[in-house]
Write a protein that binds this ligand. Structure first.
Ligand code: NAP
Length: 266
């Protein structure tokens, strides 16, 4: 069986370096190159803290795809570059597996249309942790019976986007089953702006950023005399890698864009 040839964008990052360690353990994956915005032409093996891959680092994505044969691009960078990388990869027929969060609805729609037009599979997953995917599904189920809900997401303080992609995705799933409803007292006033969090169809999202955190979320449902809390914690970035591997395996069989890991779980 031939190996799936993978390019990783963001190899020195917290998620990208974890993806390299995951690839190192797989017999059916081969790292053929990396994309970075620094260290052009250097090898991954030049970095002591990274696995000893012979793969070359490219700063220019076009040059990368013209120089190496690749099947999949795993993008774990920033919203701005993740979007550009995904678009370019589709044009080159390289299937993107995107963990980068913070894309706008318009960007997601554009990538969905482009993927369909070119017949190139794409998976974009705001959360690759299987537990988080289940947390979102359980929350959607509970929202049918508990329309009063607040989402509290907690992440490390280097995160660029707020609210998290997972919180946005959770709210979107809940929105599918919950009638739009303004929560709290109708005359409620914020004496300090932002105190009640972001408003999505009347439900609230609160974002916490602190050193020491990785990725955590609570979905709290309220009803007369009872609360239900659905909670997920990623304590280590290794928790995302089972999902990244699953997405790489699945993207090879797709010719459209799939958003959310739950759509490829059996
Ligand atoms: P990080 O540690 O800051 O890593 C991002 C890496 O991308 C850095 O090494 C950065 O280099 C590099 N980079 C910046 N611009 C680039 C470009 N143009 N080309 C290539 N590389 C570039 O962040 P992280 O925690 O790994 O997170 C990365 C992304 O994954 C974020 O969007 C985050 O929200 C998302 N994430 C997703 C999941 C999921 O399950 N889907 C889980 C956790 C995080 P410099 O440091 O030199 O700028």
């Amino acid at each position: 069986m031939s190996k799936v040839r993978v390019v990783v964008a963001g190899p020195r990052g917290k998620m990208g370096s974890e993806a390299l360690r995951m690839i190192e353990k797989q017999d059916d994956l081969e790292l053929v190159a990396c994309l970075d915005h620094k260290y052009d032409g250097q090898k991954i093996s030049d970095f002591e803290e990274l696995p000893k891959f012979d793969a070359t680092i490219y700063n220019d994505i076009e040059k990368c795809f013209q120089s190496v044969e690749a099947d999949v691009l795993v993008d774990l960078t920033t919203p701005e570059f993740g979007y550009l990388h995904t678009k370019t990869a589709i044009h080159y027929g390289v299937r993107p597996v995107v963990g980068t969060t913070g894309f706008t609805e318009e960007q997601l729609q554009e990538l969905t249309d482009l993927s369909e037009e070119k017949g190139v599979g794409v998976i974009i997953a705001p959360n690759f942790a299987l537990g988080a995917v289940l947390m979102m599904q359980f929350a959607k189920w509970a929202a049918k019976y508990f329309p009063d809900v607040e989402i509290i997401e907690k992440h490390h303080d280097n995160k660029l986007d707020a609210p998290s992609g997972t919180a946005i995705k959770t709210a979107a799933l809940i929105k599918e089953v919950r009638e739009s409803k303004q929560q709290g007292h109708p005359d409620e006033k914020e004496t300090i702006s932002g105190a009640r969090g972001a408003d999505v169809n009347g439900m609230r999202i609160h974002s916490m950023r602190l050193p020491g955190l990785v990725a955590h979320q609570e979905v709290v449902f309220g009803s007369s005399g009872e609360n239900l809390t659905i909670k997920h914690d990623s304590f280590h970035r290794e928790s995302f890698m089972t999902g990244v591997k699953l997405a790489i395996d699945n993207v090879m069989k797709l010719d459209i864009l799939v958003y959310g890991l739950e759509n490829i779980l059996e």
